[in-house]
Design a protein around this ligand. Structure first.
Ligand code: UDX
Length: 447
């Protein structure tokens, strides 16, 4: 009989994972402790912007006309315990307030609530990004509290999905990593991932600590790559070099690779910044802090970029102050194809300029509602044209396709000064210059 799957926590990761499991053919029950989220998902709506996810929900959510009916949602732990053979825990692990460490309270609460309902044999699979050592602790918790005792086991299966590509990354992962302690657990997970593995996704079997570490080290490597190229951008700025050319040239070396070498205002979002900090905190607890001191530098290069963008804007305005100046900010989400503004470099730059007295107007294709919520004192416009009207300087801070396609000549008609600063190295400088704009990009020479 086909496995029955539950997904606990229906945020970014969980909602996508639940829909993807239904797409792979399993009966799926998703649980969240927030009833409004469950109501939304049960009617096929997604609480965030993620390309392709709503379509997938419509295809599978029970009760929607024409759906397979394989995907249902609940707030009942008892129902989840009775239903599932495999339970995926997908709750989030944010940064602790005011410190570097990882806030495990949602994970602990989820395991604590689930365990007493595990009355039949089951595999609990952790997907959240956690400090190394958590799986071992949670495995003991299950052993102590699950009524089915030794018939309940834990596995750790980190998730590598990127926002904006969540559906694709879940259905066609680069690799599947499973930390297991028994052949039975491995066998069950091979069954769950049979389709992607059959299509070529590598399946890496390891122990708990390695599985946990794969995730944090992968994110640390990506963060390092971005901060490396941003450090080179700083040197290019000082020496008159061109970081985009430099990145292209070093990227041809296959050992380096061309991806994740786009210099600009740096990384943000709900993962990379907090993951490298939590990793450093955990290494400290383990007495291995020296191994990761470089990550402190990666973090500070990254945070410095935001201030450098503010400085570049101030300089472009000529008289060294934002007072009385209108600044248009294109982009609020931490990256394109997402409405997520968590630790968004774009919004941070907008906020800094606002606090320094600039009149900032922000536009983002999808991130406006979230941006308004976290930064209500900024002004928001409904289009690029409205955002740049009367602007003394335009800042391009999230590289949406829409911004690449705007006509610089049309925008040039409504701004106060034709000055644009590209904080993402994604616009075509020649196009803007031909339309009479002063164009500057981070880490690149002035024309
Ligand atoms: C990341 C990891 O890529 C993913 O594997 C993990 O599961 C979660 O964290 P995500 O946060 O969705 O995914 O974003 P990602 O595409 O990695 O981008 C992170 C940040 O880096 C964004 O702010 C992006 O703008 C920035 N970035 C990325 C750069 O500044 N330069 C680059 O070259 C690439």
């Amino acid at each position: 009989m086909a496995l029955k799957i539950t997904v606990i926590g229906t945020g970014y990761l969980g909602a996508t994972h639940a829909a993807a499991m239904a797409e792979l053919g399993f009966e799926v029950l998703g649980l969240d402790v927030v009833p409004e989220k469950i109501e939304m998902l049960a009617s096929g709506r997604v609480p965030m912007y993620e390309p392709g996810l709503e379509e997938l929900l419509h295809k599978h959510v029970a009760g929607i006309e024409g759906s397979t009916g394989r995907l249902r949602f609940t707030t009942s732990w008892e129902e989840v315990g009775d239903f599932g053979d495999v339970h995926f825990v997908c709750v989030n692990t944010p940064q602790k307030h005011g410190e570097y460490g990882c806030d495990m309270s949602y994970v602990d609460a989820a395991f604590g609530a689930l365990a007493p309902h595990l009355k039949k044999p089951a595999l609990v699979v952790g997907k959240s990004t956690v400090p190394v050592g958590s799986a071992e602790r949670l495995s003991r918790l299950l052993a102590e509290r699950a009524p089915a005792g030794a018939d309940v086991e834990l596995a750790w299966n980190p998730e590598f999905l990127r926002e904006g590509f969540a559906v694709r990354d879940t259905l066609h992962p680069d690799r599947i990593v499973v930390g297991v302690e028994s052949e039975r657990a491995e066998k069950l997970l091979r069954e769950v991932y049979e389709v992607p593995v059959g299509e070529g996704s590598p399946f890496v079997v390891t122990d708990f600590p390695t599985a946990e570490l794969v995730k944090t080290s992968a994110n640390s490597f990506l963060a390092t790559k971005i901060s490396f190229i941003n450090a080179m951008a700083e040197v290019c700025e000082a020496a008159g070099g061109d970081v985009a050319k430099l990145a292209e040239a070093i990227g041809y070396d296959e050992r380096i690779g061309a991806k994740f070498l786009r210099a600009g205002i740096g990384f943000g979002g709900g993962c990379l910044p907090k993951d490298i900090r939590a990793f450093m905190a955990r290494a400290g607890e383990l007495g291995a802090d020296q191994a990761l001191t470089f990550l402190r530098e990666i973090d500070s290069i990254n945070m410095r970029r935001r201030g450098q963008m503010v400085g570049m804007a101030r300089e472009a305005l000529g008289d060294g102050t934002f007072l009385g100046k209108r600044v248009a900010v294109l982009g609020a989400a931490f990256k394109p194809d997402s409405d997520d503004v968590r630790d968004s470099p774009a919004l941070n730059v907008a906020g800094q300029i606002h606090l320094q007295g600039g009149q900032v107007t922000v536009y983002d294709p999808k991130g406006m509602d979230n941006a308004r919520r976290v930064f209500p004192t900024l002004a928001y416009a409904d289009s690029v044209l409205e955002a740049v009207r009367g602007a003394d300087v335009v800042l391009h801070l999230t590289e949406w396709q829409e911004f690449r396609e705007v006509d610089p000549a049309v925008l040039g008609e409504v701004v106060n000064s034709r000055i644009i600063l590209d904080g993402r190295n994604a616009l075509d400088a020649a196009r803007w210059r031909e339309a009479g704009w002063t164009f500057r990009a981070m880490g690149r020479p002035r024309a």
